[in-house]
Design a protein around this ligand. Structure first.
Ligand code: SF4
Ligand code: SF4
Length: 413
């Protein structure tokens, strides 16, 4: 593909694929190389989007110069979807992306933001927070606005404070265009949430590892059957899928020599037809260029490549992973409320993770579990074993995880 840039001085389209100067706003130097797009609700979205959770940092602050360059490059290549949230980068992400985007005509970019369900304690909070967020982002409306992170801890805030009904009011008033939710619960909860209202979209964690070892396949299937478009978060499993174990990396190189680990993971997600955009938290211009390149020269995955993804997931899992399917049957009988599937899930991610921060992430996430539900609180009664369809010796495995956590903590201290 040619890389010649040129300036479009006039013309516009819905979704901002082609744009212009005027009204004191930045000209968009539009490249001939445009990322592929999919139609989503009433706007076109690029298949790859800039997630603003891991913005470039310099001396402990957001590097606005680098961010400016990233936005300029993204806009030039049609990757004009930006996703922020109230608490990203210690609450500074919205201000930063708003400051950069204000240089562009509002209709040239798609901005998504999220209402933090954990902060919604009264019915009035949703609209109050949205208005605050619009000010921080310096815009008059959000294209996509969602209940942020529905899970077992926030579902009562969402329901009791009628967050959906408040989002509908925001939509009627033109302050948001499309309404949805991001989700971190189990399939049963997703089924309930997705069917209790009319949503424009949902945002789910989907990648080829979660598809195999957790329940991303079930979550996607629920959204697909409900006809709700999907925005994907964590397509590379927080970096796990671009830091593959050696055996998996070799397998990928052998079968897909033209792919990077990241492009392979992103293309796998893009093969899911109900996915309309894929959020990738990018921290520098180089990462953005690589991801844009994947979707400028986009190739759908072949069946053979799908099979390779399946094999790689198995390799990651086989690196000492526990064959828990997260069915949660054990939870029904545990008298101590030990969070068995979550503990095994974190352990499995750690065992298959070559990322430099893997130890830190394992201990950090493990210690984020409620203390009374951790592995060392198991009393070895064995009741859970009777319920496990995988016939795992759960107390023994919990002891193994506990030992590993303590060993890793020792190395880190
Ligand atoms: S053995 Fe441990 S995890 Fe299993 S039911 Fe008893 S307390 Fe719970
Ligand atoms: S019953 Fe077994 S497979 Fe199911 S969540 Fe518990 S440990 Fe995992």
């Amino acid at each position: 593909m040619k890389r010649r840039d040129f300036i479009i001085s006039s013309a516009l389209t819905l979704g901002g694929t082609v744009l212009l100067s005027g009204c004191g706003k930045n000209e968009i130097k539009k490249s001939e190389d445009q990322v592929v797009r999919r139609k989503f609700a009433n706007i076109d979205t690029p298949l790859i989007a800039l997630g603003c959770m891991r913005l470039p940092m310099l001396n402990g602050k957001i590097d606005m110069v680098e961010l400016d360059k990233m936005v300029e490059y993204a806009m030039a290549h049609g990757a004009n979807y930006f996703d922020t949230a109230y608490m990203y980068v210690d609450g500074k992400s919205e201000n930063a992306i708003g400051e950069v985007l204000k240089k562009y005509p509002r209709e040239s970019f798609i901005l998504a933001d999220k209402c933090p369900a954990y902060l919604v304690k009264t019915q009035a909070d949703t609209i109050r927070l949205c208005e605050e967020q619009l000010k921080k982002c310096q815009v008059k409306y959000f294209d996509n606005y969602m209940v942020h992170n529905i899970n077992k801890n926030t579902i009562s805030n969402y329901r009791d404070n009628k967050m959906y009904e408040e989002l509908v009011k925001l939509k009627k008033d033109g302050l948001v265009k499309n309404i949805g939710f991001s989700f971190h619960g189990d399939p049963q909860m997703l089924r309930e949430v997705i069917n209790e209202h009319k949503w424009d979209f949902c945002q789910l964690q989907i990648n080829y590892l979660d598809w195999e070892v957790v329940n991303a396949d079930e979550l996607y299937d629920i959204a697909d059957k409900a006809g709700v478009p999907v925005i994907v978060m964590e397509p590379l499993r927080g970096g796990v899928l671009c830091n593959l174990p050696t055996k998996a990396a070799e397998r990928l190189k052998q079968e897909c020599p033209d792919d990077t680990q990241a492009s392979f993971g992103l293309r796998w997600v893009a093969n899911k037809k109900r996915v309309f955009t894929i959020l990738s938290g990018m921290s520098n211009l180089q990462q953005l260029k690589e991801n844009v390149n994947t979707f400028v020269n986009y190739k759908a995955m072949t069946e053979k490549e799908e099979q390779v993804a399946h094999e790689i997931a198995k390799i990651i899992q086989s690196g000492g992973a526990i064959s828990c399917t997260a069915c949660k049957y054990c939870l029904e009988v545990c008298p101590r409320g030990i969070n068995i599937p979550a503990i095994f899930g974190l352990y499995n991610m750690y065992k298959g993770n070559n990322a430099p921060n893997a130890k830190f992430m394992f201990v950090y996430n493990y210690n984020a579990l409620e203390e009374s539900t951790r592995a060392d609180k198991c009393i070895k009664c064995g009741l859970c074993n009777k319920n496990c369809p995988q016939e795992l010796n759960i107390p023994e495995l919990l002891a193994q995880v506990d030992k590993t956590v303590k060993e890793v903590e020792k190395i880190m201290n």
